[in-house]
Design a protein around this ligand. Structure first.
Ligand code: SF4
Ligand code: SF4
Length: 252
């Protein structure tokens, strides 16, 4: 929703009052008028739930544009009607892909940011409560801590994957602050959002650039999506940044 958001920082062990359920008058209103980016891991979870390959999922449900700040490809839902910008998965009964809903749907009413201290070290997650005027869930009696919410919403796996993307963006801003070439954008689109196609190219030895070490680290075709996504991020870091892809907090 495009309303004024009010952010209040909150510690991970602090409690907040909130409960979202279908008896509320606002039920489903947050699945309309969307302005929501989809992460690579969101797309993998959704396409697995719908039993589609990433290429087909992108074609049916996703639009990709170049972010004005990062100059990187950003994915968002494709809307049937641009006037109401309804999520393609919202139904009168609620979310039709609930077990695979994106991280941004799970985390609300919280917002999370990774903050790197000036002295270096691993980035720390900070949370805030995001209050939107239309949301009546704050008036409900149920309370929980931030940690309980994160666990209950199954967010850990999403955060682990999404933090790797944040690291890629930070590396891009540091090493290539300006726009990328069309060729570079195509490779990033492939590595971020079309993992099934990238897997196919890698398994058929038809993927460039490929080094011996990337080849040795390549997962088996039967390995799970997170393993392949981590590998694809190593591949794209090499493809875009070459040997300069070292990062103070990079995982090997
Ligand atoms: S309570 Fe808030 S999150 Fe839940 S349906 Fe209403 S607007 Fe959406
Ligand atoms: S994926 Fe589900 S929860 Fe998220 S906006 Fe769409 S319908 Fe709503």
């Amino acid at each position: 929703m495009n309303e004024d958001h009010q952010f209040t920082p909150i510690a991970t062990d602090a409690t907040f009052q909130f409960h979202c359920h279908r008896s509320l008058a606002c039920f489903n209103s947050c699945c309309r008028d969307l302005n929501q980016a989809l992460t690579p891991y969101d797309i993998l979870r959704l396409r697995a739930h719908l039993k589609l390959l990433t290429t087909e999922f992108l074609k049916q449900y996703v639009t990709i544009y170049i972010g004005p700040e990062t100059n990187l490809p950003i994915a968002s839902f494709r809307f049937h009607d641009q006037r109401n910008r309804n999520c393609p998965f919202v139904t009168p009964e609620g979310c039709s892909v609930y077990p695979a809903r994106p991280a941004s749907c799970r985390i609300y009413p919280l917002a999370r940011a990774l903050v790197r201290s000036s002295s270096g070290g691993l980035p720390q997650a900070h949370y805030a409560i995001m209050r939107e005027p239309h949301c009546t869930g704050f008036g409900e009696k149920k309370s929980q801590t931030v940690n309980q919410w994160v666990r209950g919403q199954g967010l850990q796996a999403y955060h682990e994957m999404n933090d790797e993307i944040i690291e890629f963006i930070s590396l891009k801003n540091r090493l290539i602050p300006g726009p990328l070439s069309n060729g570079q954008l195509q490779l990033i689109r492939l590595a971020f959002y079309d993992l099934d196609k990238l897997k196919q190219l890698a398994v058929c030895a038809d993927l460039n650039p490929m080094t011996d070490s990337l080849n040795k680290l390549m997962p088996h075709s039967t390995d799970h999506d997170p393993v392949w996504l981590q590998w694809s991020l190593k591949w794209i870091r090499f493809a875009i940044f070459g040997e300069n892809a070292s990062h103070p907090n990079s995982r090997k």
